[in-house]
Write a protein that binds this ligand. Structure first.
Ligand code: ATP
Ligand code: MG
Length: 460
C-alpha cells in the first residue's frame, strides 16, 4: 500500500543518494528504523537505503565516493559521504534458514515489496521516497499508531527463521512502550527455548537495550516467561510469593517494578548499565533461599550473596563486559545490607567500599524499596537510605576517609622515627581511624603529635 501524502524530511545527503540511484534508472527508498522513527517524530540514528540496483551497480553509481564493501555478499555497500557511512542494500530475500540464525544465502529481487516482507516487524517494514511517499505493505503505520509490535507474516515461522527476532520483539516493546500483538506473543513464548541458539553477545546486546528502554519494567512484568528462554533462572521467580509486611508483589513482579523505579539521573553511562543489570538480577536467588517463619512471613536468608554468585554465572554466560559483571555482582551481594547512620560508621563504610559504590548501592536500594508494599515501615527505610545517600555525598566532599587524603604519609612517619616496615601502614591506619572518629584533626602537626601515644600502645 502506498501513501503519496506522507512527507518525511530527509537529510540532504540521503536525498542526494536516493536521487543518484533514481537518475541511474533504479528505484530506491529509505527503509526500516529511520522510517519508523521519523513517523514517530523521533530523530533516526541512521538512514538505511534500499534499492533495485545490484551491489556492483551501486558501486558504479557512487564510484566517486569512498566505499566499504564488507557487506557486499549480502547486498550492502556502504557509501561514505562527509566521513559518515550510508548503507545501501539491494532488495533481497533471505534464503532458507537451517539453524535459526543465519540465512544460508541471500537472493536479490527486483521489487521493494519482497524486501519488506523479509523484515521482522511491521513497524520496521516500511519504506519511503520523496515524490512517492510511504510504502507500507504490512500495516506498519497502523501498528505504529496503535502501539503494537507484530511480526510480518506468520510469527512462528519468522521466529523459527531467526530466533533473535524473539528478543528484538521484546526490545522494541521496551524501547517504544508498545504491546505485543497476541499471535506474536504466543509464538514468541512457544519458541522461547530457541533463543539459546543465538550467540551470547547478540543476546546480551538485545537484553541490554531492553533494560535501557523506558518501558522495560512493564515489558518484564508482562513477558518474563518469554525471557525464561534466555535466563532460565527467572522461571522460579515468577509466582514466588513473599508473604509478610514488606512485600505486595511476587519476586518477579517486584523485580519488574524495581527496574521501572530505578533512578539513574546524574549517573554516567557505565554506572547506568551496571545499575540496570544489578536491579534486574538483584533478587534472582530468592526462590532458592525462601523459607517461611512460624508467623507465616517469608524470609530469604543469604539471597544477597547467593544472588551475586548467580548473577555472575548469568552475566558470564552472556559474555557481559568485565566491569559490568564486577559492578553488578558487587552490588547484588550486599543490596540488602543495613546502613549505618552515625558519622564514624558512614566514614568506615566509605573507606571500605568507596563513595561511588555507595552511591550506586543507594540507587539499587531505592529502586528495591519503591517496589515494596506501600506502608510506613517501607517509607522509613526509604528515608534512611536517602539520609545516608546525602551524608555520603556531603562527607565525600568534606571529610577525610582514605589514606590518600590523610595529612601525613609513610615518609612523614619514618622521618618522625617510625621504623620502616609494616608498622608504617599500621600506624597510618590508626591515625586515619582517629581522624575519622574526630579525635584528631586532619593536620600534620596534630597527627605527628599523636605518634608517641600510638607507638607506645602498639608496643604494649
Ligand atoms: P535501531 O534504532 O535499533 O537501529 P532498526 O530498526 O534500525 O533500529 P536494525 O537492527 O538497525 O534496527 O535493523 C535495520 C532494519 O533491518 C530493521 O528495521 C528491520 O527492518 C531489519 N532487520 C534487522 N534485524 C532483523 C532480523 N533479525 N530479522 C528481520 N529483519 C531485521
Ligand atoms: Mg538501525
Amino acid at each position: 500500500m502506498r501513501d503519496p501524502n506522507v512527507r518525511i524530511p530527509l537529510p540532504a545527503v540521503v536525498s542526494r543518494l536516493l536521487g543518484g540511484l533514481r537518475r541511474a534508472g533504479f528505484t530506491a527508498y529509505v527503509v526500516g528504523g529511520c522510517v519508523r522513527d521519523s513517523l514517530m517524530g523521533r530523530t533516526p540514528g541512521d538512514w538505511d537505503i534500499c534499492t533495485s540496483a545490484r551491489p556492483e551497480e551501486i558501486r558504479r553509481v557512487f564510484s566517486s565516493c569512498r566505499q566499504i564493501l564488507t557487506g557486499e555478499k549480502h547486498g550492502t555497500v556502504a557509501v561514505i559521504v562527509g566521513g559518515v557511512p550510508y548503507e545501501i542494500t539491494t532488495y533481497r530475500l533471505d534464503g532458507e534458514y537451517h539453524d535459526g540464525r543465519h540465512p544460508d544465502a541471500v537472493r536479490f529481487v527486483p521489487d521493494i515489496r519482497q524486501d519488506l516482507a523479509r523484515r521482522d516487524l511491521t513497524i520496521n517494514a516500511m519504506a519511503y521516497a520523496p515524490g512517492e511517499g510511504l510504502v507500507d505493505a504490512f500495516g506498519g503505520r497502523a501498528d505504529l499508531q496503535a502501539g503494537i509490535i507484530r511480526c510480518v507474516g506468520d510469527p512462528a515461522q519468522r521466529f523459527a527463521e531467526d530466533a533473535l527476532r524473539i528478543l528484538r520483539t521484546l526490545r522494541f516493546a521496551a524501547q517504544l512502550d508498545f504491546t505485543l500483538n497476541s499471535a506474536t506473543e504466543a509464538a514468541a513464548y512457544a519458541a522461547r527455548g530457541t533463543v539459546a541458539q543465538i550467540s551470547a553477545e547478540r543476546i546480551f546486546a538485545e537484553l541490554d537495550k531492553l533494560l535501557a528502554g523506558p518501558a522495560a519494567g512493564r515489558v518484564l512484568a508482562a513477558q518474563g516467561r518469554i525471557l525464561t528462554g534466555v535466563i532460565p533462572e527467572i522461571a522460579p521467580c515468577i509466582g514466588c510469593t513473599q508473604p509478610g509486611k514488606w512485600h505486595c508483589y511476587d519476586v518477579w513482579q517486584h523485580t519488574a517494578k524495581a527496574v521501572e523505579a530505578l533512578d539513574v539521573t546524574g549517573m554516567d553511562e557505565k554506572s547506568t548499565r551496571v545499575l540496570r543489570w544489578a536491579v534486574f538480577l538483584h533478587d534472582i536467588a530468592k526462590p532458592e533461599c525462601r523459607t517461611v517463619g512460624p508467623d507465616g512471613a517469608a524470609h530469604f536468608p543469604g539471597h544477597n550473596q547467593r544472588g551475586g554468585r548467580m548473577a555472575r554465572t548469568i552475566l558470564t554466560r552472556l559474555k557481559a563486559p568485565a566491569y559490568l559483571i564486577e559492578g553488578a555482582c558487587g552490588l547484588i551481594s550486599v543490596h540488602d545490607c543495613p546502613l549505618p547512620n552515625d558519622r564514624f560508621g558512614i566514614l568506615q563504610m566509605m573507606n571500605r567500599s568507596g563513595a561511588p559504590f555507595l552511591q550506586r548501592l543507594c540507587r539499587v536500594k531505592r529502586a528495591d524499596l519503591a517496589a515494596h508494599a506501600n506502608n510506613a515501615a517501607v517509607e522509613n527505610r526509604t528515608r534512611e537510605v536517602r539520609r545516608f545517600e546525602s551524608r555520603v555525598l556531603e562527607l565525600s566532599a568534606t571529610a577525610c576517609y582514605t589514606l590518600s587524603s590523610l595529612a601525613v604519609n609513610g615518609s612523614d612517619l619514618m622521618a618522625a622515627g617510625v621504623a620502616p616496615g609494616p608498622a608504617v601502614g599500621r600506624t597510618l591506619n590508626e591515625l586515619l581511624q582517629a581522624v575519622m572518629a574526630q579525635r584528631v584533626p586532619n593536620e600534620k602537626a596534630a597527627l605527628l603529635a599523636e605518634l608517641p601515644a600510638i607507638l607506645k600502645e602498639q608496643q604494649s
